[in-house]
Design a protein around this ligand. Structure first.
Ligand code: HAM
Length: 432
């Protein structure tokens, strides 16, 4: 007889289990710290948005909107979608709450799951996590682009990731792009029949997207197409020069990437990506760019914008692959209590230690010493602290160091000092 079938997570959607979740938390904490010292503040956004928001910003013709969104009709007949990205939501919120009235630049960051129905593979999931930052306001100064990229570089350094490349491009603006698009369409007329089916379609619907194509056979043909950087107007050329100077000023190296148009339609001028050799085909750790005019397209006031999003799943995978950061959440004290009379004292001792930030486990039921020590060892506890009738009487705790089995009799302050010394050693070992 077979039991009921089990229910599994859907394809491309994962559970993040401990101990890996500790590395996620560490990473998110680092990212938040870096973003906050660059004066970004968190915005918490909805995961469900009107489908129209993405169609009008990311672009109805993009793969993200045309093929990859999780969309459904709500009971009131409106079409809603799980967000595939969050820049559109930030701009919607900026308009909805009149953030253009805030003084100076509006610098916001977000953190959370995004949904795209892509073919799952290493580094590519249907539910994945982004941390993103957006700078909105009236200025489009290249220092904004460079400083925002700088903070990503700082985060890479914190994660001890050294092998990465910053790719930089400008995709022009409504002044110069039409001439480029006309030239591109013209070039595609002869080339398109030799490209993949998707590119043949894109050649007429959205020719810039041809430049995104990843099909290996198409690459030599696409590389030979006209380059947008040869068509930039004076304003866009100066802006790109400005971003390059501002990056150089910050000691940040980059490589030009004339084909980097990115898979979203809202970009103007700067586009960039950071790639790593550790991820195989899904090699982009982060990407972003400038989106001046997006707010107007969504019915808001004239606004300039620049931002990026990084893939948390991918950062974690690279940190794991390179072993750059090692985070092991430690169980510091396994508190073995013996005799019902000791339980209340164990509860309060645990409470005091936890108030000082130490990780303590108190078994809910009395255990034989041998079993308790075996469990402490299997849970990788640092110390087993034994509290029984003898300890209660002497006022000293029996403390066993699990690593080498050495045992000492310590007062509570001495135990705390020992735990603090362990913490100190630990923090020195955290980031290797
Ligand atoms: P994006 O390039 O589509 O840009 O995504 C940013 C990052 O999210 C990618 O570089 C990658 O690390 C990660 N990512 C994207 N799709 C997946 C996936 N299926 N699985 C795992 N990771 C993924 C944006 O989303 C823009 N909103 C960025 C932006 C912000 N531009 C301006 N402001």
């Amino acid at each position: 007889m077979t039991g009921p079938s089990t229910v599994r997570a859907i394809r491309g959607v994962r559970d993040i289990l401990p101990p890996e979740s500790a590395l996620w938390n560490w990473f998110e904490q680092q990212a938040r710290q870096v973003l906050e010292v660059y004066n970004f503040r968190e915005i918490r956004l909805p995961i469900l948005e009107p489908t129209e928001l993405f169609a009008r910003s990311v672009g109805a013709e993009t793969d993200i909107v045309s093929k990859e969104m999780y969309t459904f009709t709500d009971r009131d007949q409106t079409s809603v979608s799980l967000r595939p990205e969050a820049t559109a939501s930030v701009v919607r919120a900026y308009i909805e709450h009149g953030l253009h009235t805030w003084p100076g630049l509006v610098k916001l960051y977000y953190c959370g799951p995004m949904f795209r129905r892509e073919r799952p593979q290493k580094g590519r999931y249907r539910q994945f996590y982004q941390i993103g930052a957006e700078v909105l306001g009236t200025s489009d100064h290249p220092a904004i682009d460079a400083e925002t990229i700088e903070l990503l570089v700082v985060l890479l350094e914190r994660c001890r990731l050294t092998q990465w490349t910053l790719w930089l491009n400008s995709i022009g603006c409504p002044v110069c792009r039409p001439a480029y698009l006309a030239r591109l369409r013209q070039a595609l007329e002869t080339v398109a029949p030799r490209l993949c089916a998707d590119c043949q379609r894109r050649a007429t619907t959205n020719p810039l997207r041809v430049l995104d194509c990843k099909v290996p056979e198409d690459q030599p043909l696409i590389d030979a197409l006209p380059k947008i950087t040869d068509f930039l107007c004076e304003g866009c050329r100066q802006h790109l020069d400005g971003v390059e100077e501002q990056l150089a000023l910050r000691g940040i190296g980059y490589r030009p990437a004339p084909r980097l148009v990115r898979g979203l339609d809202y970009y103007v001028r700067t586009t960039f990506e950071i790639t790593t050799p550790h991820l195989g085909a899904q090699n982009a750790l982060a990407g972003g760019g400038r989106y001046d005019g997006l707010a107007e397209m969504l019915g808001g006031p004239p606004t300039r914008g620049f931002g990026f999003a990084l893939g948390v799943d991918r950062f974690i995978e690279v940190m794991q692959a390179t072993g750059s950061v090692h985070i092991e959440p430690a169980l510091e004290v396994f508190l073995v209590w013996m005799g019902e009379d000791s339980y209340a004292e164990a509860v309060w001792l645990a409470r005091r230690l936890r108030e000082q930030g130490f990780v303590v486990e108190v078994p809910p039921e009395e255990m034989k010493l041998r079993r308790a020590l075996s469990l402490a060892s299997r849970q990788h506890a640092r110390l087993a602290v034994i509290l029984g009738p003898d300890e209660r009487q002497s006022g000293r705790l029996t403390v066993k160091r699990m690593a080498d089995g050495t045992q000492q009799s310590l007062s509570e302050p001495e135990l705390v000092a020992l735990l603090q010394a362990g913490r100190q050693a630990d923090s020195e070992n955290h980031v290797k």
